[in-house]
Design a protein around this ligand. Sequence first.
Ligand SMILES: [Zn+2]
Length: 381
Amino acid sequence: MIRACLSFLLASTLFAQARCATFTIAYFDTPPNAQAAIEHAAGIWGGILVSDVPIKVTVQWLAMGGNALGVTFPNGRKDFASAPVPATWYATALANSIAGTELNPGEDDINVYLNASTNWYYGTDGNTPAGQYDLVSVALHEFCHGIGFVGLAKKVGSEGSFGLLQPSDFAPLITTFPWPQQDTLPGIFDRFLRAPTLELLVDVPNPSTPLGSFFTCNQLRWSGSFGLVGSGGADIRIYSPATFALGSSCVHLNETTYPAGNANELMTPFSSAGHANHWPGPICIGILQDIGWVIAPDVAIDEIPGSEGWTLYPNPASHQLHLSGVPGISGARCEVIDRAGRVVASHVGEPTVDVSSIEPGSYLLRVVSSDRIIQRAFVKI
Ligand SMILES: [Zn+2]
């Protein structure tokens, strides 16, 4: 399932612009066999994400109380030159990828703490013995938070807020980079959270008691189009239990909806011993696209049953994009949707779209006919 990006790059010079992300990891007190497992996890993300800017990570191996396996702090940037959405925090690894340049020289992008007290399995084969926790799986999970699968939700008493997190909320853990003053602004991840009533949480007063109620309604959903392609159109459930848990609530997929063994289990808040998962799954990959990541063109998020015969080609595309193999859609409406959910091109007719005038990047082709909606991700180069 994991296809190496390197061989993809060798396959065609067309894809020379699609560069795999690289991770530069500085280790502190981390055993060498643990480092090997962590590097393996970084390599998996490197084959999924496209970025010209190396992702700078510190990994601190530290005995932590409680049952936490790991804690991750992403550095943040907002309102950088090419930011897709203003007044919104982006993990710096993502901001750097979008900007195509390092916005934070001298600062780390991600700080990961891993619990030295855990009974870890260091192997990379996924054959995790009973009673041990699979380090590759946990590192994959923590890196995902670091690249932006994270929000800025907090609840104090009954009041919920975005963008009021303080370093003291996470003491005694600290970051190697200056803690950004969050200015009561949401993260890009937060902008896709919605209530079951379809209301976006960023449209609720911030801070407020109603926002706090939504954080613990156990019914939060993800609204982004790419994520919904990954789910095959099914509601995407976000972890929002009745008791708010800082660092778990509103920043994970729902545990009971995606239990161990589900293709989307990686980004749920709890991890089981004796179990491994080395692939983020289609919902997670779609969510990363929703927040602005460019995904390697050979990583599929579309798992709609019965769609095996559909072909979207060429992908990546530079001029004409064609969808074939779907009967009865020749009079459908075709829309090209960008990372921010905006329709940037549309027409009614054959499922062929002229993409020559749109900016390079990742998009969704949505075809709406009388009896169905088809969505497929593609990359414009
Ligand atoms: Zn987590």
